[in-house]
Design a protein around this ligand. Structure first.
Ligand code: KG4
Ligand code: ZN
Length: 371
């Protein structure tokens, strides 16, 4: 450890990004990103309209060593300069997670450095500490291709689940909507761009769980009915423009996210009565959506929450967030556990396809291939 804090190499391979980064700092942050290399396999998966697990793990295997080398070079460091090596141990596509975690184990053993086995979701959850130095507690809206959750975060290991999706994740819904509209993969940015010149009231789409026959209070999400309604509207109205359809879809998503986040704000206030400040952190790939960000800003203004959204390149999958989560784990553990014990415990960690941050009141559903 230097005067500037802990220096950690992070490795991320749980989906279709092969990434390595070096981050330096100490909790509560902010941290310094010394390098951040992300290789997106999007092109390899685009013909299939989604991530193909077998293609992903092969690609990770082929390029990960080079990506790690570049991350160290960009930072001007060698393995010997590090305080620890962090890798995503789940949840995610199991083949990819195995590649990253096994590589990290090898490096940690060879360099005799602590290995931190990181939950990918914890990476997203703690990013706002690395970027903004966000203090605990905060309310987290985690919106990605595999996850859609609202959590109260009371500490680096204190996650309280307020709501989650009962079917598709919101990013997955964007990707499926894009497919229906003939837009390219990944769908989120394409739908957002099309929506900019469309009319959000052009078609009347449902807001599942929020309004209508299955409405229920609380902070759970549902998007599959919305996607089906979009498909039907497109089939039944040949004159409907892609822009109007995209804008109507995005307007429905925004209403759903705002309603459920408002409910979670209530739960957060109850759980953390003595919080110095009410803060909403938005993380995950969908947090890059500016219309969603603006709507959440408006809601937060009304509800007395400050909003913290990491920049888009740190909202989508990256290894800086994994390095930072590892850094928080190491900072917590360093004094508590002898190094040998930490390393042997970490070497025994197995990759996990599923690994919830907080246990759900009802089991998490959704596509088991995605997170
Ligand atoms: O966090 P992420 O990079 O990977 C996962 O962990 O899933 O999120 C990727 C997801 C994709 O579904 C993508 O369509 C969505 O985030 N996304 C967006 C936007 N940018 C990425 N969704 C809506 N609007 C965007 N601008
Ligand atoms: Zn992610």
């Amino acid at each position: 450890m230097t005067g500037k804090g802990l220096t950690i190499l992070g490795i991320e391979t749980s989906c279709d990004e092969t990434a390595a980064a070096v981050v330096r700092g100490l909790p509560p942050g902010p941290g310094e990103i010394l390098s951040n290399v992300v290789f997106s396999q999007t092109e390899a998966h685009a013909p299939y309209g989604g991530v193909v697990p077998e293609i992903a793990s092969r690609a990770h295997l082929e390029i990960l060593d080079g990506i790690i080398g570049r991350a160290l070079d960009d930072a001007g460091l060698t393995l010997a300069d590090l305080d620890g090596i962090a890798a995503t141990a789940g949840p995610g596509l199991i083949g990819g997670v195995m590649v990253g975690l096994t590589t990290a184990k090898g490096l940690a053993l060879a360099a005799n450095k602590p290995l931190l086995a990181v939950n990918h979701l914890k990476g997203h959850a703690l990013t706002a500490r690395m970027t903004h130095g966000a203090d605990f507690p905060f309310l987290l809206l985690l919106v990605s291709g595999g996850h859609c959750q609202l959590l109260g975060v009371g500490g680096a290991d204190d996650f309280r689940l307020y709501g989650s999706t009962i079917d598709d994740a919101v990013g997955e819904a964007f990707d499926k909507a894009a497919k229906i509209l003939g837009l390219p993969y990944p769908g989120g940015p394409a739908v957002e761009a099309a929506a900019r010149s469309g009319n959000g009231r052009a078609i009347d789409l449902p807001r599942p769980l929020v309004t209508g026959h299955n409405a229920r209070p609380g902070a759970d999400f549902s998007f599959s009915g919305l996607k089906t309604a979009l498909r039907l509207a497109v089939q039944q109205q040949p004159d409907l423009s892609v822009e109007d359809a995209a804008a109507s879809f995005q307007a429905a998503v925004i209403d759903i996210l705002a309603d459920r986040t408002a409910a979670a704000m209530e739960m957060f206030r109850r759980d953390f009565r003595h919080a110095a400040q009410n803060v909403l952190v938005v993380a995950g790939g969908v947090a890059a959506n500016q219309a969603i960000g603006a709507a959440l800003d408006r809601l937060a203004g009304v509800e007395g929450f400050a909003v913290k959204i990491p920049p888009p390149r740190l909202c989508t999958d990256n290894a800086a967030m994994i390095a930072w989560a590892g850094l928080e784990m190491l900072a917590q553990n360093e004094t508590a556990q002898p190094f040998n014990q930490m390393l042997s415990q970490a070497l025994a960690v197995s990759p996990r396809a599923r690994w919830p941050l907080a246990s759900a009141p009802e089991a998490e559903t959704g596509n088991p291939l995605r997170r």
